[in-house]
Design a protein around this ligand. Structure first.
Ligand SMILES: N[C@@H](CCC(=O)N[C@@H](CS)C(=O)NCC(=O)O)C(=O)O
Length: 197
């Protein structure tokens, strides 16, 4: 399988953590890609010009990260990362949606940074930042347990991205439970091996 890949993308990190936990990472050939320059090889597989995009041999390309992660979960024999239909699955998917929303807001803020910070951009940045803050507060009230499902994996990637790109905006002081959980899972090999660069 080929994966259009960027080492700094939190969505790509999600996919790679799932691949590692499913024992599939050695079946994935990583193709280093800058989606922002819309390379033709990526556009041929994903008209949205976004990474991650997984191309299983002889099959249709797969995007975006939730779809890729669920596809990987259907391969191999390791413990499933998507619970069976029911409350646990719904909870994991909602947590994934929240974490993906944090990533969306943080990536959007990052993309705006090089441009002149006029009033409109400042208002946009404040709105994204507020969404992140509220989501972190929600996670402090409902912290993930372990790294056992797609929800927890997604939260780890979102927090890792905040530390990577917004290290000057501390989030831990007012969220001790979330901070303790993240400190614990950050020592797991799947997180160490996929840390953003
Ligand atoms: N919802 C998508 C988001 C993917 C995404 O936004 N990836 C960024 C890299 S971090 C990208 O490829 N951006 C290129 C662009 O927006 O043009 C997913 O979960 O895979």
């Amino acid at each position: 399988m080929k994966l259009f890949y960027s080492a700094s993308s939190p969505y790509v990190r999600k996919v790679m953590i799932c691949a590692i936990l499913r024992g599939l990472d050695d079946r994935i050939e990583r193709i280093s890609t800058n989606p922002h320059v819309s390379p033709p090889e990526l556009l041929a597989m994903n008209p949205l010009s976004k990474v991650p995009c997984l191309v299983p041999s002889d099959e249709l390309p797969i995007f975006d990260s939730p779809v890729i992660c669920e596809y990987l979960d259907s391969l191999g024999t390791a413990s499933p990362l998507y619970p069976d239909p029911g409350p646990d699955r719904t909870g994991a998917l909602v947590m994934q949606a929240l974490a993906d929303g944090i990533m969306d807001a943080a990536v959007a803020r990052r993309l705006q940074q090089p441009w002149p910070q006029d009033e409109g951009r400042q208002a946009y940045d404040s709105r994204q930042k507020a969404a992140i803050e509220r989501s972190l507060d929600w996670l402090e009230k409902h912290p993930p347990g372990g790294l056992r499902d797609i929800g927890a994996i997604s939260v780890a990637c979102a927090l890792g991205y905040l530390d990577f790109r917004f290290g000057g905006e501390p989030w831990r002081d007012t969220r001790p439970k979330l901070a303790a959980w993240f400190a614990k899972v950050s020592s797991y090999p799947a997180l160490i091996d996929t840390a953003p660069v």
